[in-house]
Write a protein that binds this ligand. Sequence first.
Ligand SMILES: Cc1ncc(COP(=O)(O)O)c(C=O)c1O
Length: 928
Amino acid sequence: MAKTDAPRLDHFFSAVAARLDLWRDLARAAQAWAARPASRGDAALHAAASAALTALLPLEDFQAYPGARVMNAIQQRVTGGDAMGTARLVQRVSSALMSRSYRSDAGEFEPEDDVAGPERAMPAAKTEGAARPYFEVLFVVPTPPARWAAHAQQIRKLRRPEDEFVYEPVFVGSFEDAALAVILNTNLESVVIYDGFPYESARDLPLLKALLSSRLSGALKDRAAGADGVVLAKLIKGFRPDLDIILLADKKPDAIISDPAAEGIRRVFYEAEEPLEIHFSILSGVAERNDTPFFNNLKKYAAKPVGTFHALPVARGKSIFKSNWIRDMGEFYGANLFLAESSATSGGLDSLLEPTGNIKKAQDAAARAFGGDRVFFVTNGTSTSNKMVHQALLEPGDIVIADRNCHKSHHYGMVLAGAQPYYVEAFPMVAYSMYGAVPLRNVKKALLDLKAAGRLDKVKTVTLTNCTFDGHVYDVRRVMEECLAIKPDLIFLWDEAWFGFARWSPLYRPRTAMGARAALKEAFADPAYLERYLAQEKALGADLDPKDARVLDTRLIPDPRKAKLRVYQTNSTHKSMSCLRQGSMVVVADEEYHRHEQAFKEAVFTHASTSPNQQIIASLDVARRQMELEGYELVMQAIQLAIEIRVAVNTHPLVSKYFRVLDVENMVPAEFRPSGLKSYTEGGATWVDAALAFREDEFILDPTRLTLMCGTAGFDGTQFKGLLAADYEIQLNKTSRNSILLQTNINNTRSDVANLLKVLVEISKGIEDRLKSGGEAAQKAFAARVKSLVEDVPDLPNFSHFHDHFRDDPQGTTLEGDMRTAFYMAYDHDGCEHIKLMSPEIDKRILTGPPLVSAHFVIPYPPGFPIMVPGQVIKADTIEFMRKLDVKEIHGYDATLGLKLISPGVLDGTSTQPKQKKAKPAAAVVGV
Ligand SMILES: Cc1ncc(COP(=O)(O)O)c(C=O)c1O
């Protein structure tokens, strides 16, 4: 980033990312200055170094490292014309920031170039041997800045060799600066607030002011203006719920503790400072998050001399390490993997099926971290988590409003539970052969239609995918509010398989299941919300009339006295956090959970393996620890890298001729974007514009999910995925007809971005060369290929309807169907028929009947959603789509046999085969 582009402090996200760049800029400028012999002096280079330093200074006020002393030393060297000295010190700081060595080497905090041993004034950040984890603590104080250095020294004196961690203090003196520090300093783990600080910052921060005013409503705004520590604590918790907050109040602690806004403050001290107590509170708060009860015990277990007489030969590894033939397995994985394996549930290992010990503790810690009331660890992926939730919540005959494009585990879950899906359609994105997310209007309409048909009482759950594979994120709060207004006891299952990490970004969190649940819990307790509801009730009535068009058009809110918050989230922890494959969680926040407690036990017994992998459980525990301690920084980094990829690809002169990362306006139709945001990177958009879209738009695009158009380079998605994997060692997991999906996560680095761009440049050059050397013929062929991929795209078929045989009320207007009965009809081979996809018989049947009724789920990859479900009547558009599909992998379809259909005779009762009876309701069907 050029010096003139120095970010404004309140361009929060770019400011965090820019810090290291600005240090690099300064290091470069200082080196260039130092490279000139002093005698010649170079005013321009000196000025450049000075400008680079000026750009950086405001950001450094919020960081403990390198700290005021080092920054002052650099400033003095720059002002005093000491080019060599500046270059040396800047280089040292810049390297320490890159390598993070300052976290373990206290000498880095010294302004001298070469300080050793006792001269290091700062207490060593190391115990004997291993470095202690390092973090920073924000102190919000009313004292003048001149006193901060002395205060910092007092704090450092509290350190004891036996402390588990070491921290450095950072000081700010106002409400606004505290808010800014919490956003900008990713090393913070705790905040100590001394009441009595002013509200306003001395800095010019218009965007921060706008952000704060949107976050602080009504009474809180007035209180914040009075620099109330409780309100600051609440604001900070809103940004980063993991941070511990310690308040030193100038009023009595009991008054504070009964203040609802004070929820979440870890400790309140009254007036008189108790420095050592504060120190202990800081350390114990971090220790709590750092604790991994299951993993810790597993490590202890691995070190015990255990004799095993159970059925798991790899446990302890003796069959491997003593083997003549498979020792390489042991060498490859290392001894600990085997030492830490056991089929026992004792010795601190606990039982996943009925946890009461360390797994329970680890699950409780996960519930705290993910914002739920309880958590279930699952070791067979979210595919299993979803089936567990469906089984536990649904009885045969219950209706589920479900996105037809949801993951297959939901469809199968409904088959198992005997629930009837009422499929709602996502908006299609025909140009890219993919679907978006389900407009709220469609969900409301389904509920209202069911209400009009007198079947609303049958509706138990709504299940939606947040975010979708391609990155569409719902306005979760609004969906729940409007649905609860129609049915106040609805249960929501948010499939956040891809989105578990989102909790650790203040931008995303309100759009997660648990973030929205927290916001609604607070809203329902607010008397102003009830007033708003009563106004709505006056206009629309207490019992909403499904035939009244205003109900569909109004942004509804529920009666907070009646609405129940019943929210479930499933997440593939392994997809977005540091967890081993298949690690998944079910997060529960259901005020009526007691109704399902036993059913959840049954669901665990049904689906969980009786031999769960200890390492997956441990990694769930550790993944949670990491996110609670550094999730904020890591997620911020993943977002920033995604933004860098977007800019790099879309502005590269050669690459952008053939490739493009689709932007907000391509992925989210304008009708769902009242904020008007079109792009995260173009048109001068700031993060405040993005924050507005995140607040207001019906759907937003998760910036970390990058749909890269490759059809414009003449590749279909599958072909391009293969090319990247085979020739460039780049892996990805989703493709469409003309695009691939890339994503950044907490694992990516800037080198990955650079490598991706390099590869795209190489491929683009290859295309250019081929087009040049192949002449007109090659160019024509290329244009035709691009046209076929980009323009000749098949229409996406909607769900048609279930055959009347599977509808409780064939005369009725509602769409739900008994999919389980249809599913089991496929088991009766004599009651089914096969017809080849290309045969004229299919077209004839579509025109003149009898209807074609699918016996199976048919799921092509890509796009990965079921274009047929059991019992569905197949229409011409689905056949046309399937005929045009050029993918090889179609689950549920055998090309040599053709489509498997339920025979018409079975459905209308004319078959010589006995007519299938509807499957008997059962509490749970296992083993499909
Ligand atoms: C939306 C969604 N839900 C659930 C799953 C299943 O998750 P897992 O792979 O952890 O079983 C996936 C997998 O891709 C998914 O995309």
